[in-house]
Design a protein around this ligand. Structure first.
Ligand code: NAD
Length: 323
């Protein structure tokens, strides 16, 4: 840790950022929280609102609206800032605007002398994490994204409900892009001590088609929530809190964050969601799942989607390129 108090600087105090902040406060995860936003007034209002709840919490967290200079002694800088898609705007155009937003954030954060861990939630999360890595020049193990942490939690919730087992005893992962090409490597999925595929063989009442349906429900969850309430924020706020706790507590926990692949799974030059050991160093290690041939093909395809997208961004607008 950078100092004896656990300090988080949060950039972007919108719905996702503040759901995260609210969850940090309620779970008493850090001692100091600086809220930074382009809209300074909003950050000030959010700090006031959270501070007024302190008397009801088990925490004595110091919360304030800050500046980029406040990042200098933070353990973690979490980025949830971004611009929303305009009507008719292409994915690439949105990405270009968010790349510009990140330049205006990552440069002052690093200029503050910050030497901790970057954690990125802004979408497209894997690409924005890679951009953060490029702009910061940090060791890639100190730059991670929320990746498929939330997707994995959604999978465990649905599988737990179907198999009637506590989701915390479901050891299954969503890996790859946080997006349409993500997938579940079923060969590696376990419920408590048993492989799910083995369980299916032994119990004909477990319908393999339902497992496939669950996988596509996970993939489509964000679309469904956005259709119903315009945005998703509580789940990601709690996923970010879980990752933060693993870092600040030096837990060596296994979480599916977006990490740079450097030869693992035969992939490199790409950030994507894979199970990793998370501790005070950020990504201590990328874990290698023993994927089947079909699953390896899916991961390769997902990495290609991400690599192509990043390269397209760099090609389209070299002046904005973080390369
Ligand atoms: P929001 O519009 O509510 O908040 C965005 C905030 O960013 C605003 O407060 C805005 O003022 C701030 N901002 C914009 N430009 C800035 C800049 N240059 N510097 C500092 N602050 C700036 O959006 P939201 O609902 O909180 O979503 C934030 C991001 O999180 C989006 O990209 C969204 O897609 C993403 N998200 C990710 C996941 C995930 O699983 N990774 C899940 C849900 C949402």
């Amino acid at each position: 840790m950078v100092n004896d108090k656990r300090k988080v600087a949060l950039v972007g105090t919108g719905m996702v950022g503040m759901s995260y902040a609210y969850s940090l406060l309620n779970q008493n995860v850090c001692d100091e929280l600086a809220l930074i936003d382009l809209d300074k007034k909003r950050a000030e209002g959010e700090a006031m609102d959270l501070n007024h709840g302190l008397a009801f919490s088990g925490s004595s967290m110091k919360i304030y609206a800050g500046e980029y200079s406040d990042c200098h002694d933070a353990d973690i800088v979490v980025i949830c800032a971004g611009v929303a898609q305009r009507p008719g705007e292409t994915r690439l155009a949105l990405l270009k605007r968010n790349a510009k937003v990140f330049r205006s954030i990552v440069e002052p954060v690093t200029a503050s002398g910050f030497d901790g861990i970057f954690l990125v939630a802004t979408n497209p999360a894997d690409i924005m994490t890679r951009i953060t890595y490029m702009l910061s020049g940090f060791n890639p193990r100190k730059v991670l994204g929320s990746g498929t942490a939330l997707d994995t939690a959604r999978l465990r919730y649905l599988l737990g409900g179907y198999l009637r087992v506590d989701p915390r005893n479901v050891h299954a992962y969503v890996i790859g892009e946080h997006g349409d090409s993500e997938f579940v490597p079923w060969s590696q999925a376990q419920v408590a001590t048993k492989s799910i595929l083995e369980l299916c063989e032994e119990n004909p009442e477990i319908d393999k088609n339902r497992l496939k349906e669950i996988e596509s429900e996970v993939r489509g969850a964000a679309y469904k929530i956005i259709e119903a309430k315009n945005a998703t924020y509580y789940g990601i706020g709690m996923a970010l809190t879980r990752i933060t706790r693993a870092i600040l507590g030096d837990e060596n926990s296994v979480l599916t964050v977006s990490a740079m692949l450097r030869g693992e799974y035969g992939q490199s030059d790409v950030f994507c969601g894979v199970p990793c050991i998370i501790n005070k160093n950020g990504v201590q290690r990328v874990l290698k799942l023993s994927l089947s041939q079909e699953e390896s093909g899916k991961l390769e395809e997902s990495c290609k989607v991400l690599r192509d997208c990043y390269e397209e961004l760099a090609r389209e607008d070299p002046s904005q390129s973080p390369l």
